[in-house]
Design a protein around this ligand. Structure first.
Ligand code: FPP
Length: 236
């Protein structure tokens, strides 16, 4: 079972357009998939779940869509937090959170505080998130902390990422068939198994998640080692 699953939730717009609906309706339906995913991940014993809810590039979308997404985020948290808390789900976030509108930021801070003691599943929301931005801010922090060129190593950088305590994802799921990582967790995905499905995000529910897990279970993870080394009991 993957300990950490990361998800690029793509295809909300196409799902809506195929029905001649507004794109926002696709995002709204996408929330139902987030609900189903959280439930299924928790029930499967996944410990960390990171979902790409809003990228740094998404700020460039039409104002109406950005505002609708921020509204959906707030409503999702307001409605879901009591249940998430009851199920031991801790809400966390990564990204340039300071860029979010004040009301979204406040609701997020409330959700994080409310669920801080939960320990069954960490639901990490990537918001105003960009992988390059994350690495850049980690480098800046290294510099301002006085880390010298000689002392700058992977641990020094990793410890300055947004959520250094969360292990790298074991599995990345991307919906809607696109074969790219779209600036998501660029540092952390180095050895992550990738699963791409043509299913659009609003149609990705528990059954589709179980298919992704089944595919993951068939992978042989070698982390750059040989088959023989892995068979010899090293980390695989
Ligand atoms: C990509 O679909 C999806 C997004 C940019 C936002 C994802 C947001 C949600 C699922 C709802 C909010 C989530 C939470 C956790 C509250 P797209 O619009 O790029 O689809 P397209 O590629 O078909 O146009």
């Amino acid at each position: 079972m993957p300990r950490h699953v990361a998800v690029i939730m793509d295809g909300n717009g196409r799902w809506a357009r195929r029905r001649h609906w507004n794109r926002v309706r696709g995002h709204r339906e996408g929330i139902e998939s987030v609900r189903a995913l959280v439930r299924a991940a928790r029930d499967s014993g996944v410990r960390f779940l990171t979902v790409y809810a809003f990228s740094t590039e998404n700020w460039g979308r039409p104002d109406r869509e950005v505002q609708a997404l921020m509204g959906l985020l707030r409503r999702f948290l307001q409605v879901e937090v009591p249940e998430l808390k009851g199920k031991g789900v801790r809400v966390r976030s990564i990204g340039d959170i300071a860029r979010l509108p004040p009301d979204a930021r406040e609701t997020l801070a409330w959700a994080e505080a409310e669920t801080a003691a939960c320990g069954d599943l960490d639901l990490c929301l990537a918001l105003s998130y960009g992988g390059r931005q994350e690495i850049l801010q980690a480098v800046r922090r290294c510099l301002s902390d006085g880390v010298t060129a000689d002392a700058l190593d992977e641990d020094a950088l990793r410890s300055r990422l947004y959520a250094p305590d969360i292990p790298d994802p074991d599995l990345l799921i991307r919906t809607s068939g696109e074969l790219r990582v779209s600036n998501f967790l660029l540092w952390q995905l180095a050895y992550t198994e990738i699963y791409v499905t043509d299913t659009l995000w609003p149609e990705f529910r528990e059954e589709q998640f179980r298919e992704a897990l089944a595919s993951y279970r068939q992978r042989a993870r070698r982390f750059g080692l040989t088959d023989e080394q892995c068979a010899g009991g090293r980390q695989a």
